[in-house]
Ligand binder design. Structure first.
Ligand SMILES: [Zn+2]
Ligand SMILES: [Zn+2]
Length: 246
């Protein structure tokens, strides 16, 4: 099975224009979609009981505890799926070398972007430090955001750099993560940001601290409003919003 997905990954790199097999189960698809119908139906939709601000799944309807304590700097965040099952696996595969999956994530995310974020006229991503990007070989958030921008006809912006590495303190809650991230983003193109309604695109939202810090930087550069969309988000079932296991 592992060998199979490895080979599939290798082959996919050359399979650019048309898709023939489902990116999840490998079954043949005939309509050019990246994911077959049964797999699409089995993905964990993040539809009911979500926090109206951060968009994470909550146990009871209403604003989540973390947003009650301190709202995110984005006006609204939404995610297509909860970080479970095959949706979570797609994110892990995407970050671990299966670069071509940006199209799959985008295909499944575009309807949500069109429904929830028609007001946004520009799209951006979460930058990585040069070193981290070199290590991975690509920035998955950027690939994903570029594809979303192209498919929704919004302008793609790259106005921010990440100037220092932040330690991965996975067990921290939002407030501590925010402290850890403070000042890590630097705006290099203020003109591109000014007066725009910008949508940040990323693979996963954990506590939302990262998109919030990025939104702070964009807002300081006079962006009009900042929103966020992610492929998955971690359900808010733990008191401190424990992040996913990678
Ligand atoms: Zn499938
Ligand atoms: Zn919330």
């Amino acid at each position: 099975m592992r060998l199979f997905s490895f080979l599939r990954g290798k082959l996919k790199k050359y399979d650019d224009a048309v898709n023939f097999t489902c990116d999840i189960c490998g079954r043949e698809v005939f309509d050019g979609a990246r994911v077959c119908h049964p797999c699409r139906g089995s993905l964990p939709r993040n539809a009911q009981n979500i926090c109206p601000f951060c968009g994470r799944k909550v146990k009871e309807e209403g604003v989540c505890l973390e947003c009650k304590q301190k709202p995110l700097s984005v006006k609204k965040a939404r995610s297509v799926f909860t970080h479970d099952g095959e949706a979570a696996r797609l994110v892990v595969r995407f970050k671990r070398g299966e670069k071509y999956l940006y199209r799959t994530l985008a295909e499944l995310t575009v309807p949500l972007v069109e429904r929830e974020f028609p007001m946004c006229d520009a799209v951006t991503f979460v930058p990585m430090t040069k070193r981290a990007e070199k290590k991975r070989g690509y920035n998955q958030s950027r690939l994903f955001a570029e594809e979303i921008a192209a498919r929704t006809q919004k302008e793609f912006l790259a106005p921010v750099i990440k100037q220092r590495e932040t330690s991965q303190q996975k067990t921290l809650g939002r407030a501590d993560r925010e402290k850890n991230l403070e000042g890590c983003f630097h705006i290099t193109d203020r003109k591109a940001v000014k007066d725009r309604r910008i949508l940040i695109v990323d693979d996963t939202l954990t506590t939302g601290a990262t998109v919030s810090e990025l939104a702070n930087a964009l807002l300081r550069a006079k962006a009009k409003e900042v929103y966020a969309v992610t492929f998955t988000s971690v359900a808010n079932k733990h008191p401190f919003g424990l992040p996913p296991q990678e």
